[in-house]
Design a protein around this ligand. Sequence first.
Ligand code: C2E
Ligand code: MG
Ligand code: MG
Length: 560
Amino acid sequence: MTYVIVWIIMEDIKKGQGVRNTLLIVDSSEFRRKLFSSICEPTYQLLLSGTVDEAVSILQDTGRNVDALLVECALFPEMKGRSGDGILIALSERGEDEFDALSQGAQDFIVLPSDPRLVRLKIERAIRQGSENRLLRLSEHDHLTGVYTREVFFPYAEKLVKANPGLDYDALELNIDHFRMFRDLYGPEVSDNMLRILASLVKTRFSEMGGIVGGGKPDSFLVLVPHQENWPQLLRELLEPLRQMRDLPQVQVRSGIYAPIGHDVAVATAFERANFACDRARENFNKPYCFFDSELHKAQMEEMRLVGDTPRAIEERQFVIRYQPKFRISDRALVGAEALVRWNHPRLGFLTPDRFIPLFERNGLISALDNFIWNCVASQIRSWKESLGSCVPISTNISRVDVGMPDLVGTIHSIVEHYGLEPRDLNLEVTESAYTREPNRLVQLVSQLRSLGYRIEMDDFGSGFSSLNMLALLPIDVLKLDMKFLQLETERPAIIRDVLHIANDMRVPVIAEGVENEAQAKMLEELGCQYAQGFHYGRPMTADQFFALMSGKKQSASIA
Ligand code: C2E
Ligand code: MG
Ligand code: MG
């Protein structure tokens, strides 16, 4: 609609400024061309041509400056095929040509001779109406990929399903993995190009099958298509041309399929299910597609129930915190602890974060939970400081979603001030994947926090797609090496050595996560890793247990 309004305003501005619309007359009769000139000038600016070829070359010269074409009926079919989506009005001396002209796509029909006022009125109306239609059509499609926008995709999909009650349909979501990262790495031109190519493959394939394609988010496409039997093969064939393009950096495309859509299921729900399945496919690297089945349906219901339970759970303090100690390897000095949340659910028992954190991250509940956790941790530190006189720094996790909070810095700082703490008392663990999502915002945020005195630990380093060069870009105080490194150690020992080497060169202290035995601790120490966290040193424990640990420790140290 916006486009139409803009067009109308532009038309009014044109009129106000005395800018005239341009008409191109395509008529083989010189007499009629002259007749028209006398009717239309000086209201319109006129371009005249006697043949279609001549008209096409005028169009090519003047580009978009022609507002409407007035075309002799005999030339209409040929002109129609060569004028793109220009506005066409048919001309004839025979009133009986009107039906043919309109059915061939003419915006209007003018019979000659006619009252000049009627001719001008028809032209004006056709231009206005034709432009409105054209702009409406444009606003229905994503300007980059040409697929339907999300807003029109759903109503169209519903219409299609309703119009074919005897047909089963499937819902598909295709998603490009790590699209932001891809865009950061290769720039907007390459990533737009990749999107265009993928969109064109998807559109061509599914239009042939009687389907329609819409854009979900910038990195996903939605497809409604008559039911297909062999989706894995269909998807393989669909994406094969992308694999063959040697000039294009490779991407992983994931698919979620809900097939066939149940007869009592609304289209919007069908695509929610395809989306749910697509998220699951993202978790499984070797199988880039996932079907929504009864098991997923159960999982989805369970998730919805958990989401529904959350506000009350926060109110009733069902979320509890465990503290896992961090040690210096050389002398087992306690250097800190990480606060880890658990949900003591009245129906489901003790839930570990993997059951609810990813879910909360998807639907925005995570910030409320983290806010609650930061407050609890700050209050706990305060009480330990009061009892013991001092307390090692306690780290809390900041989700990648929290990075988008309107005033994350202010929120954290006011909590710390509220409990009379120093920024040094509360360390912040920011997961590596936050960088890949919003690098600029994260650098800005981390810099602000550090300037206030907070220490930032980069969590799960190596689990995602960050490179070591990133360390130079991101201001951090401590690197937490993902536990995957230790698991990889036997296969590729060089990796861990290289990472530690570079971190040492950059003078960033490293904490290894997930250290489970003495051999690992020894190996890490030899390679230059000074700190460790893991079951070998202590499992996540209650506040009381951690208090006892802190009280019993002869010395505690700080991370250099
Ligand atoms: P994380 O921050 O990387 O936390 C370390 C995870 O590794 C914890 O799992 C911990 O229990 C586990 N772990 C520690 N040592 C070992 C070991 O030796 N072996 C093995 N196999 N595992 C070990 P947990 O508590 O299940 O937490 C999982 C993730 O959930 C955390 O990973 C963190 O990303 C997230 N998380 C936990 N609490 C919070 C929170 O309050 N807010 C947010 N946003 N995320 C949280
Ligand atoms: Mg952590
Ligand atoms: Mg971690």
